[in-house]
Design a protein around this ligand. Structure first.
Ligand code: CDP
Ligand code: MG
Length: 670
């Protein structure tokens, strides 16, 4: 008798629950600081072609404004709305969020595009993408004709690609009066953006920010990683509920920190309440990325350990405590020697303040700075130097040349790069054969620009045809693009992991190891697990390789194999100006005589061959060469780059002193 009533009840409940979910998304949208300004903002966009939008991080710029544009018909007539992000993780996660808010499947109406991964379709009208991807779109669509609105988001980050976009978009806006340009930024630098875009108006979204108490350490911390771990546990034990955000510099540090935290929590067992430890960094797979946004269950605390991606690109709700060691990983470039290195450096005061701000979004918060107040005042720079002034410009110069922009000195830069950097980029492109002696793009250069990789890598791929080893070189290029995350080295199994790694040491160096690993991989999860190899990284390398292989047709390179002969591969390893020679205590780069060392993770760490080619330099405790391979002798260099090296530079003064090593190199060649 009661049965129908019961059913009805249940039905009503189910319905109301569905409604709650739907409502809450709309409610959340309406609660964001940008919402009250929706109409004013749309009006301003209607009235001005270029608008600068300034708003506190988390106010809804990235997720809401593109939706407002869709809702008011900017996508009519099949036009697209594009929104750039400096970071791939942000592009992916924001697109996923917005797809959910709009109620569509990611990749349909709302999608994203990042290098080597296109999650869009014919139906996509709102496209989140990295700034680098929009830059590449200029190659196929120089006036961005399919876009009605372009949003340059996170403009304050001033990445190289964003800065170049500024110049290009300002230019096309002149002859595309129908194109709307929005430049969105955190509360930094907006006057400068306005000034650059011919005094475009600034639309300010007043933020909501609760006070944040800032604590400094009394003395500098010797080990900031350990200090982070201890601080998190202290907060967890002594402070009221609220989630915690820790800023570290990269994947390795983040993983170590997470492992340490988990281990100590295990040891404390039931003495403490649950602590959810979640990492976030660029290479983290998307399902793991999504976890940082899920609400913290009652009675527990969430700690997110992040790179500076969480500084402004991503907003995690519920953060009350921020731990800031005051460092970030930065590219730096020596325009005299052409050396690019990744260095852990103190972050700027502007960065530190953004980080602290993350603690005050939902309630009054606390920020623990693991450095002294004195260091904050005297040792940190005011702002971060724009990337364009501290990076190699080879890639961008090649792209601009391909777009027909020949006069780079007079390109409309917001902050021009150092003159020497520009000259060096031109020189290197000339050395690679991408430019002729007049600085004009060659046919080779045009083909190189088609590949979404660095000029040296694209040259290597193109040169592999001549040496009949494009199969292997494609693999190497793909593996290099996921580099550094292939081997897995858990703290409690270091010996096993290192032994497993030893099994893959083959003559020739790390590039040959890469080829071997890829050959064995065959999408076999078990094999990866048993050999301490990261399945995801290998899978990504496979995807990247597929994409690159797909481009071979377009650049007319025949895919063929060297059948196990490593000599041609090492010759084209293409990095002929990344050459180093063994010298007392370490290596010296050939062109600039800079002292460098083989990275301890390299398969050649113990061997110390006389000549090496390296993929990149990283500075941690010393200047390390990462991903190295043996360049058997100097005659190879004269063969592959006769225009770049002179016999004299390569004369081997030390040859008599090290007969053993020479013998070894010969053996390998034989
Ligand atoms: O761009 P802006 O910093 O102004 O804010 P936003 O990224 O649009 O974030 C607005 C809101 O969306 C915040 O409350 C975020 O927590 C939320 N959000 C989210 O839940 N998941 C994401 N993947 C991105 C944003
Ligand atoms: Mg944003």
């Amino acid at each position: 008798m009661y049965f129908p009533v019961y059913l009805q009840e249940r039905e009503r409940m189910a319905l109301s629950q569905a409604e709650v979910v739907k409502q809450s998304i709309q409610e959340v949208r309406r609660s964001l600081p940008v919402f009250p300004y929706r109409e004013d903002l749309l009006l301003a966009i209607q009235q001005h072609q270029i608008l600068i939008i300034e708003g506190e991080t988390g106010s809804g710029k990235t997720t809401q404004i593109p939706q407002y544009l869709m809702e008011s018909g900017y996508n009519e007539g099949g036009m697209k709305i594009g929104c750039t992000q400096p970071r791939r993780v942000a592009a992916m996660s924001v697109a996923a969020r917005v797809a959910q808010e709009v109620g569509v499947k990611l990749g349909n109406e709302v999608g994203y595009s990042i290098r080597f991964e296109d999650c869009t379709s014919e139906r996509t009208v709102l496209k989140y993408m990295t700034d680098g991807m929009l830059l590449r779109e200029f190659l196929t669509e120089p006036d961005l004709a399919s876009y009605s609105v372009v949003i340059i988001d996170e403009a304050h980050e001033r990445t190289l690609h964003t800065d170049i976009l500024f110049g290009l978009i300002k230019d096309i806006a002149r002859f595309r009066p129908d194109l709307k340009v929005l430049v969105a930024s955190a509360t930094l630098d907006t006057e400068r953006f306005s000034c650059f875009f011919d005094d475009a108006p600034v639309f300010r979204i007043p933020g909501r920010r609760f006070p944040v108490d800032i604590f400094y350490t009394k003395a500098p911390e010797a080990d900031y990683l350990e200090a982070c771990v201890v601080s998190v546990l202290q907060i967890h034990v002594t402070q009221p509920p609220g989630d915690c955000l820790v800023f570290l510099t990269g994947q390795e540090e983040i993983e170590t920190c997470c492992e340490l935290l988990q281990e100590r929590c295990r040891r404390l067992g039931s003495k403490i309440s649950e602590l959810l430890v979640l990492p976030i960094y660029a290479n983290l797979p998307s399902d793991m990325q999504a976890k940082i946004f899920s609400p913290t269950p009652p009675g527990s605390r969430k700690v997110v350990v992040a790179t500076n991606i969480a500084e402004t690109s991503l907003t995690i709700d519920g953060i009350i405590y921020v731990i800031d060691p005051g460092f970030c990983k930065q590219k730096s470039y020596n325009a005299r020697t052409g050396m690019e290195s990744l260095i852990v450096t103190p972050c700027s005061r502007a960065s530190a303040n953004q980080r602290a701000g993350r603690a005050g979004r939902v309630a009054a918060g606390k920020c623990f700075r693991l450095y002294t107040a004195w260091a904050f005042k005297h040792e940190m720079e005011e702002t971060t130097v724009p990337e364009i002034q501290r990076t190699n410009l080879g890639n961008v110069v090649l792209l601009l040349k391909s777009l027909g922009i020949n006069d780079l000195i007079h390109f409309d830069f917001m902050d021009p790069p150092p003159h020497e950097t520009l000259v060096l980029a031109l020189e290197q492109l000339y050395a690679l054969g991408a430019l002729n002696h007049l600085g004009e793009l060659t046919k080779l250069g045009r083909r190189m620009a088609e590949l979404p990789v660095d000029p040296m890598l694209s040259k290597m791929i193109l040169a592999s045809e001549q040496y009949k080893c494009s199969e292997q070189v494609l693999t190497i290029a793909a593996m290099l693009s996921v580099n550094n995350s292939i081997f897995y080295r858990p703290k409690d199994k270091v010996v096993h992991a290192d032994n497993a790694r030893q099994n893959f040491v083959v003559p020739g160096g790390d590039h040959m190891v890469d080829c071997l690993l890829f050959l064995f991989f065959k999408s076999n999860f078990r094999w990866c697990y048993e050999n301490f190899i990261q399945f995801r990284s290998m899978k990504r390398a496979r995807d990247v390789r597929e994409q690159l292989e797909g481009l071979m047709d377009r650049i007319e390179v025949e895919v063929c194999s060297s059948e196990g002969d490593s000599v041609p591969i090492r010759k084209v390893a293409g990095y002929f100006y990344h050459t180093a020679r063994l010298s007392k205590g370490g290596y010296k780069t050939v062109k600039h005589q800079q002292t460098v060392y083989v990275h301890p993770n390299s398969s050649l760490f113990e061997e110390q061959p006389r000549w090496l080619i390296y993929h990149e330099l990283v500075f941690t405790t010393k200047e390390f060469m990462r991903q190295v391979c043996i360049n058997a002798n100097s005659s190879w260099l004269l063969e592959v780059a006769p225009h770049y090296y002179k016999n004299k530079e390569l004369e081997d003064s030390s040859s008599k002193k090290m007969p053993r090593k020479q013998g070894k190199a010969k053996e390998e060649l034989g």
